[in-house]
Write a protein that binds this ligand. Structure first.
Ligand code: ADP
Ligand code: MG
Length: 727
């Protein structure tokens, strides 16, 4: 039989890209055409209901039954005018992907069938929650969960050849009210942040009544030809290659980054960008990334809840559109050992309803005090809860980046750039209370902050959390992750920190301190207390690991241990106080994350066993047989003994690796059985890491050695050079 690899290679070679045509040359003419956005709301709703919906979006005002009916009808008319037949609540369960349950508008009625979409169906739907991860929150007899409309994220139309569906972004909660998704806690965290930030803003500007977190997500991904992908069971089932020797050429020539985009890839990019733009996802940037066949796209930043919905939708869209181009999108954090992995940089800032970015240094000293307040409180929050932030980005796949030999390190630190570091140092060492007696002199205590920061362009790429001019950039988020997890944590810890800040400042003011001095005093105190989290050097170096240990910063390399921070006393207090998670919800989430961790390792271990036993070992034996025949033939000819040396040496090498491979696979299987019997999830997850995963490298070492020895024409798996260099 011809091997799947050979067929796949042939197929990959003869690809022809489908024709891609934008609906119009000007993006502005079709941007958002599949979104029930403000413009369409205005067209399809009465003035009163439109205004009510806008205040629901902007201020969270509740919508009543009658208004919901009106909105649902308008949405239905719009969606049907675009060809939709069904609607669905669209939500983000803890599986990490998005979920949909479609219902048609169609309803039989007494005098013939009608198309109907009631307000109640817009507001709430009841998917069976029993098949989604719930961490033990629901009893099995109470399997119901419900999804509830999030008006702040607009409804949109999902198009496919077979039909169109109206999608309503929703939260997903259990019948007892506990969150079963990513969105519900995020919305709560944003609410807490808004309140806390507005309160602090009042010191500076009474006109500010709302603070929104903004987010711009840079998305890295790999592409691989679909046929080659399908010939790799490890890629299909685990999202990454469990085997494969690095190709002779990898990324060492640095010739891919920002290089010209291969035509076939370019066509795919334009195609998914068009689809994304129709859905109102403001994609702006596309380029090659560092590794071969690695790329990145980034939208313009948006309000954070919307930005995350858009990122989730984008990942989904990319995968769907890729099929048309016979590509597979790999969102896994580390599809190929030996070259760069993929992340999702989360660019975060705080923006007021007056249009001010609170993380942008201002023109005047007063503005700078405001900037410093938010800037320093963020640093302090991350210092206080670095472990929680670490937990929020932990996953089995991200473990291959964090703490492995790659960026960013598992140690959470903050990069500020030289100028801002100097500013903070100066404040730390100034003597506010003594030097400043009169109001005016206060400003002497605040160093000048240049509006344009040099480090904005000259950035340290090794830091997991970097300040980049007017925003913080969390780079440790995994490429496949739902950004809600880290963003819920970031916004929660900053909210909590701002509340504490305000309490301390108010206390000083009450004691008779002038407001600005009180602010600066607390800022100075925080700068001192959070100093250890700041690091400007090379985050990948051993020196930093040593230095961080001296400073007492955690360096947790694996997920099951990192996740402890979710249920620590400190985190529980934080989340309960800010009303984001109850202790029960935290435990459920912890449980789900641990389960997902060991289940994914379990799948990897199984695939490793299967592929080794049924594909790699047979190929090696086949080659060995050829060599044996060759040796026998040589011997039969009565040639001198030396002529047999080469085939015998190769046979020996193959046998050696085969033997070790088999032993290690078998031992791993034994360990896996033992580990599966462990009841406690945390213990089981740790055992999977220490006792099962620990065999992966050795097994891979031997298969990769065999790959280099065995006749190329019998090797069953597409090789790295084929996966990475056939464009
Ligand atoms: P890079 O980090 O690759 O140089 P950019 O600096 O251009 O990229 O921006 C990356 C992302 O940061 C983009 O999505 C951009 O819209 C977003 N961004 C820019 N300014 C802000 C801001 N103030 N708040 C949040 N995100 C921002
Ligand atoms: Mg970036």
């Amino acid at each position: 039989m011809k091997s799947l690899r050979t067929i796949a290679l042939k197929e990959a070679e003869s690809r022809i890209s489908p024709e891609v045509k934008a609906p119009s040359i000007k993006i502005s003419e079709f941007y958002g055409s599949n979104v029930f956005d403000k413009k369409k709301m205005k067209d399809f709703l009465s003035k009163e209901v439109y205004e009510k919906l806008i205040s629901a979006i902007d201020q969270g005002v509740l919508i009543n039954q009658e208004e919901a009916n009106h909105i649902a009808t308008a949405m239905k008319i719009w969606a049907m005018s675009k060809g939709a037949t069904h609607y669905t609540h669209w939500f983000q369960p803890l599986t990490g992907t998005t979920a949909e349950k479609h219902d048609s508008f169609f309803e039989p009625s007494g005098d013939g069938a009608i198309e109907k979409f009631a307000g109640s169906a817009l507001v709430q739907q009841e998917p069976d929650a029993s098949s989604f991860p719930n961490g033990g929150i629901r009893n099995t007899f109470e399997a119901r969960g419900y999804t509830a409309w999030d008006p702040s994220s607009p409804a949109f139309l999902m198009e496919s050849k077979a039909g169109k569906t109206l999608c309503i972004p929703t939260v997903f909660v259990s019948y007892t009210g506990e969150a079963l998704d990513y969105k519900a806690p995020l919305l709560k965290a944003l609410n807490a942040l808004d309140k806390a930030a507005v309160d602090v803003c009042q010191y500076f500007d009474k006109g500010i009544t709302k603070v929104n977190a903004s987010l711009g997500i840079e998305q890295e991904y790999f592409l691989v030809d679909l046929a080659l992908y399908n010939a790799r069971p490890d890629l299909v089932l685990t999202g990454r290659t469990l085997f494969g020797h690095m190709s002779a050429k990898g990324q060492q020539l640095e010739d891919h980054y920002f290089g010209s985009i291969p035509e076939r890839v370019f066509t795919f990019m334009v195609d998914f960008e068009n689809e994304a733009l129709k859905l109102g996802i403001p994609l702006k940037t596309r380029h090659n990334e560092v590794a071969p066949m690695q790329f990145e796209c980034a939208p313009i930043y948006e309000e954070i809840n919307l930005a995350i919905d858009h990122n989730q939708l984008l990942m989904d869209l990319m995968e769907k559109v890729a099929r048309r181009h016979h590509f597979k999108v790999l969102l896994h954090e580390k599809p190929y050992a030996g070259i760069n992995g993929s992340g999702k940089h989360n660019n975060w800032s705080l923006i007021t309803d007056t249009g001010k970015n609170l993380l942008a240094p201002g023109k005047t000293p007063k503005n700078n005090l405001m900037f410093l307040a938010f800037f320093v409180n963020t640093i302090k929050a991350v210092h206080e809860h670095a472990d929680l932030l670490r937990a929020s980005i932990a996953s089995v796949s991200n473990d291959h980046r964090l703490g492995a030999n790659e960026a960013p390190p598992a140690i959470i630190s903050i990069f500020l750039g030289q100028q801002l570091n100097e500013v903070l140092d100066e404040i730390e060492h100034s003597r506010i209370s003594k030097k400043i007696k009169e109001d005016n002199a206060l400003w002497l205590g605040i160093p000048k902050i240049p509006q344009i920061l040099l480090d904005n362009t000259d950035r340290n790429r090794t830091s997991p959390f970097a300040f980049t001019g007017n925003k913080f950039e969390l780079r440790a988020v995994g490429s496949s992750a739902n950004s809600s997890a880290p963003m819920t944590v970031l916004n929660a810890i900053v909210a909590d920190q701002l509340v504490k800040f305000k309490a301390e400042v108010d206390k000083l003011i009450k004691k008779g301190e002038k407001k600005d001095i009180a602010l600066l005093t607390v800022i100075k105190k925080y700068i001192k207390e959070s100093k250890d989290i700041r690091f400007e050097g090379n985050g990948y170096s051993q020196e930093w690991a040593d230095e961080a240990a001296k400073r007492g910063l955690a360096n947790i390399k694996t997920t099951p241990v990192a996740l402890d921070a979710y249920v620590s006393e400190k985190s529980t207090e934080l989340f309960v106080k800010t009303n984001i998670f109850s202790a029960r919800e935290l435990h459920a989430r912890h449980e789900i994350l641990l389960e997902s961790y060991y289940k994914k390792l379990q799948i990897e271990a199984r695939v490793m066993g299967e592929v080794t036993n049924s594909m790699i070992i047979p190929a090696a034996i086949e080659y060995q047989n050829t060599l044996l025949e060759n040796a026998k033939g040589l011997k039969d000819l009565g040639l001198p003994k030396e002529t047999l040396e080469t085939p015998l040496a190769i046979i020996g090498k193959v046998s050696e690796h085969l033997g070790l491979l088999k032993t290690n696979i078998d031992t791993m299987l034994e360990e896996r059985k033992r580990t599966n019997a462990i009841e406690d999830s945390r213990e089981k997850a740790i055992a999977y890491d220490e006792k099962v995963k620990s065999y992966f490298d050795t097994i891979r070492y031997h298969t990769d050695k065999l790959e280099q020895i065995v006749d190329d024409s019998v090797w069953p798996l597409p090789k790295f050079r084929e996966l990475l260099f056939s464009k």
